[in-house]
Structure formats: structure tokens, C-alpha cells
Write a protein that binds this ligand. Structure first.
Ligand code: XMP
Length: 252
């Protein structure tokens, strides 16, 4: 259901750009008003919005964060919580339920925690409520290889394999609604897309501020592009969002 929601929002806006609204402000009131302003200016060029804990913590999940979620929904944008859920199953379930109660359409979770008593309760909760779960498969930052790139023994084949290809297979078996692969590693996007095909869309952060490039990511299989600072720190955020949108559309 979430996959379909994203497809529809993307087709309607003719955009595959998801804004990561990660402003830094001294006071929560300022953070909320600036976040809403940037969302208002950029929404015509977006297919979705993403928040993470740096915004939800100061604003409060059912207070300021919910206001942003509601406003985005008013514009027809699905909203993703970049929670990187990674605890024991019971805690994970309650965390996910809270985000879903606040209106988030999907959560991002970490496969390092495993299935049974790990992410299984998150997938079950999401399914019950018609929401989505997106799995981290290869992160965008410099030291991503230290975890996601480790060579580990695949318990099924007994062969050594990179952690991220095992995570990509888990995304398929667990029925994930998306896989996060950093735009900073186009060769990993290509390889992971080879495993996932069109069944699990790739969400790619790291465009702009972290050095990732729209064309390079889209051409090797990224379906949605997550952009933060390169849009909200731009002098004209709407213009920047439009440029990313147009560039991605050209390459698709
Ligand atoms: P910038 O400003 O670098 O922001 O465009 C990137 C946004 O994406 C998040 N991020 C990630 N989220 N897996 C994720 O789930 C990743 O590998 C990853 N890398 C960056 C970051 O928190 C910010 O919101």
C-alpha cells in the first residue's frame, strides 16, 4: 500500500524528490515555523517528505512534528520517519506504533537487528495499519563500509558475502517497501538494484551536501532521491527543489 502511495504521489507531482527537512534552530518555535515555510515553498516539486529525530525530538512527536506531518499530507505528500529502528522487537513495535499514530506513512528500520524479536513486529504493525517499512541496505556516509560493507558468512550458502547483499535479500524476503542505498555509492546502487529489481524501490540519500549526484544515482536504479541541505540551505529553496526535480525527471 505504501509503495503504491509513493508511486501515486510521484506521478502526480512528476517528481522523485523527497525533502529531508532537517533544519537546525535554537528554539522549537523557530524550528517549526521555518520548517513549515520551507515545506510550503518547496512542496510543488516534491513527491514526499522525510523527518528524522533531529527534528522530532525538539518539536515533540504529537506536537510540532505532527503539525508538519499534517501540513505535508494537506499537500498530498506521504511522510517518512527516518527512525532507523534498531532495538528489541517489543520496543520496536511501540516505537513504530507511535510514529504511525502521529501520522507517518512509513518508518526506516535497520536490518542489523534481525527478524524474530527484531523487525518482525514492526513489519506486522505496519501491515496491520497499511503503512510502510523501508530498510537500510547501504548508508550514504563515509564509514558505511565498516558495517554494511563487511564480508560475512551467508548462513544459507555458507559463502562469504558483503553484508549489504544479504540485507538486500532480506528486503525481498521480509517484503520491505523500500531500501535505502546512499547516492554517494552509485556502484552499490547498481549492484543492489540487480538484486531487488523493481520489487523494492531504492531510496537514495546523500545527494548534494554529501557529494552524491542525481544523474549518477538515477541511471543505476535509484527510484527516489532524498535531498536535505542542498535544498533547505539554498538561497532559494523552491528553485533548488525544482532543479533537482527537473534533473531527476530528465534521467528517468
Ligand atoms: P543531506 O542534508 O545530506 O541529508 O541531504 C540527508 C538526509 O538523509 C538522511 N540520511 C540517511 N537516512 N540512510 C537513511 O535512512 C542513510 O544512509 C542516510 N544517509 C543520510 C539524513 O539523516 C538526512 O536526513
Amino acid at each position: 500500500m505504501f509503495k503504491q502511495l509513493m508511486e501515486e504521489a510521484s506521478a502526480k507531482a512528476k517528481s522523485s524528490i523527497m525533502l529531508a527537512l532537517d533544519l537546525e534552530e535554537a528554539k522549537p518555535a523557530g524550528l517549526l515555523s521555518r520548517s513549515l515555510k520551507i515545506l510550503e515553498a518547496t512542496h510543488p516539486y516534491l513527491c514526499a517528505l522525510k523527518l528524522n529525530r533531529q527534528t522530532v525530538l525538539p518539536l515533540g512527536l504529537f506536537q510540532g512534528a505532527k503539525k508538519i506531518v499534517d501540513k505535508a499530507h494537506g499537500y498530498g505528500l506521504p511522510v517518512i520517519m527516518d527512525a532507523k529502528i534498531n532495538d528489541i522487537g517489543n520496543t520496536n513495535r511501540i516505537i513504530a506504533e507511535n510514529y504511525f499514530k502521529a501520522g507517518f506513512d512509513a518508518v526506516i528500520a535497520s536490518p542489523f537487528v534481525g527478524w524474530e524479536e527484531g523487525l518482525q513486529p514492526v513489519f506486522e504493525t505496519a501491515q496491520k495499519l497499511g503503512r510502510g517499512v523501508i530498510l537500510l541496505v547501504y548508508m550514504s556516509h563515509k564509514s558505511a563500509s565498516e558495517g554494511y560493507g563487511q564480508l560475512v558468512q551467508n548462513p544459507k550458502t555458507r559463502e562469504l558475502e558483503p553484508q549489504y547483499t544479504i540485507f538486500a535479500q532480506k528486503a525481498l524476503t521480509w517484503g520491505a517497501d523500500g531500501a535505502v542505498v546512499g547516492a554517494t555509492y552509485p556502484e552499490k546502487i547498481r549492484e543492489i538494484h540487480g538484486i531487488l529489481g523493481e520489487k523494492v524501490p531504492i531510496y537514495s540519500p546523500g545527494i548534494g551536501a554529501q557529494g552524491g549526484d542525481v544523474a549518477a544515482a538515477v541511471e543505476v536504479g535509484a527510484r527516489y532521491l532524498i535531498v536535505g541541505r542542498a535544498i533547505f540551505q539554498a538561497k532559494a529553496s523552491a528553485e533548488a527543489a525544482k532543479c533537482f526535480r527537473d534533473e531527476a525527471q530528465k534521467r528517468r
